[in-house]
Ligand binder design. Structure first.
Ligand SMILES: NC(=O)CC[C@H](N)C(=O)O
Length: 382
């Protein structure tokens, strides 16, 4: 027995030596993740060979790296995946992505797997990162990094290759929505209800979820004036999408929502859309210590014993609800607000992602609930 244990220890040591020889043989470049408080994690580059700065956040989802990486809400962020094996099922075709490209600024993993195995995989994660020019680092101890961020809060950081250096960059100071929103109005689908989707960096599954319900969808840029006589079209409701950065930097969308509130146009806000609706209606948002990024966030439906397991990706939250709104959902872990609903008017919003991708479909009914109310309001208007 004791002999076995000794043998195994020896084997592990030998494998580790093999691995480091492999890294040297493949010419993998060494790199560092440098945090703004001076903490350094050494690692090996497996993505695009460049240095990059951003905000370091962690996601505890066990699957879904292609969806998370293409979610525009992660714009400006260096994403650390806590699930240790990343790359093992490769990268699917772009129709399965949540945006047109990779939106994260950089990727941090514990173990990068370069031998993907999945029926839908068309390339390795390494090739994808290199094609799309996104740096990535394998640092092994993502647990220590995550515990550090949980203790001290989300912080700025940079992936630095070899002896290169660059300044820290805080993405929350900029309006990132302007760089990820669509540029032109796009008309999709057919149906008797017309929904205007304000694209602040919408996940594709919000578009798919609406089209699946047979609506005529008009996707508009974040700063599009929906109420300008000359440029606009008839619509029955508005969906305000998810998106990157601090909601307070997205003033033009807030102004559009304010007009929609005055005119009682039915509205559904999702994630950033929830925060924007709250700000437009007179509420307030704040930056959370380390945010919610996973696919198992429990959300309690207010005044009930119902709990939904939700997908989330946000670093800001609604602190003060606007007048006229009640809490709709509350986070079962930390009690933060996860949604709001107006007492009388057709205004709803959720902090989580009812479109999931990746994650559970528990709250897919939010789209049905919203569209049913849009129909009621349309019929009442005649
Ligand atoms: N997924 C989102 O829409 C994120 C909203 C916002 N950027 C936040 O981090 O809180």
């Amino acid at each position: 027995m004791q002999q076995n244990m000794v043998d195994r220890t020896f084997l592990v040591a030998e494998n580790l030596a093999d691995l480091s020889r492999f890294a040297l043989d493949t010419g993998a470049r060494r790199g560092k993740l440098v945090l703004e408080d001076g903490t350094i994690f050494e690692g090996t580059s497996f993505g695009y060979e460049a240095s990059i700065a951003g905000e370091v956040v962690f996601c505890t989802g066990m699957v879904g790296y292609p969806e998370a990486m293409t979610d525009a809400s992660y714009g400006g962020q260096i994403l650390a995946m806590t699930y240790p094996l990343i790359g093992n099922y490769g990268v699917p075709q772009s129709e399965h992505w949540e945006g047109e490209r990779i939106h994260i600024a950089g990727l941090i993993v514990s173990d990068y797997i370069d031998t993907p195995s999945h029926a839908q995989s068309v390339m390795s994660l390494r090739s994808w990162l290199q094609q799309q020019q996104v740096p990535a680092l394998e640092i092994k101890d993502t647990r220590l990094l995550t515990r550090h961020i949980r203790t001290h809060g989300t912080m700025l950081g940079k992936i630095v290759l070899d002896d290169e250096d660059l300044p820290f960059y805080d993405p929350n100071l900029d309006n990132l929505v302007a760089s990820v929103s669509c540029r032109q109005v796009e008309r999709l689908g057919e149906g008797d209800l017309t929904i205007a989707l304000i694209d602040c960096g919408t996940k594709h599954n919000i578009v798919r979820s609406l089209l699946r319900r047979n609506v005529r969808l008009v996707r508009v840029p974040w700063d599009y004036n929906l109420f300008d006589q000359a440029s606009t079209f008839e619509f029955d409701g508005i969906v305000i999408s998810n998106g990157p950065g601090d909601p307070k930097t997205v003033q033009k969308t807030i102004q559009t929502i304010q007009i929609a509130l005055e005119r009682a146009v039915p509205m559904l806000g999702i994630c950033l859309g929830h925060q924007l609706l709250a700000l437009a209606a007179g509420g307030d948002t704040y930056k959370m210590k380390f945010g919610h990024r996973s696919q198992n966030q429990p959300c309690l439906l207010n005044d009930s014993k119902r709990c939904f397991i939700t997908t989330q990706n946000h670093g800001f939250a609604v602190g003060t609800l606007p007048p006229g709104f009640a809490p709709w959902f509350i986070n079962g872990n930390d009690g933060t607000n996860e949604g709001m609903i107006h007492h009388e008017l057709p205004f709803f919003s959720v902090q989580f992602h009812p479109e999931a991708r990746p994650g559970p479909m528990d709250t897919d009914w939010i789209f049905d609930h919203f569209l049913a109310r849009v129909r009621i309001e349309k019929e009442a208007r005649g």
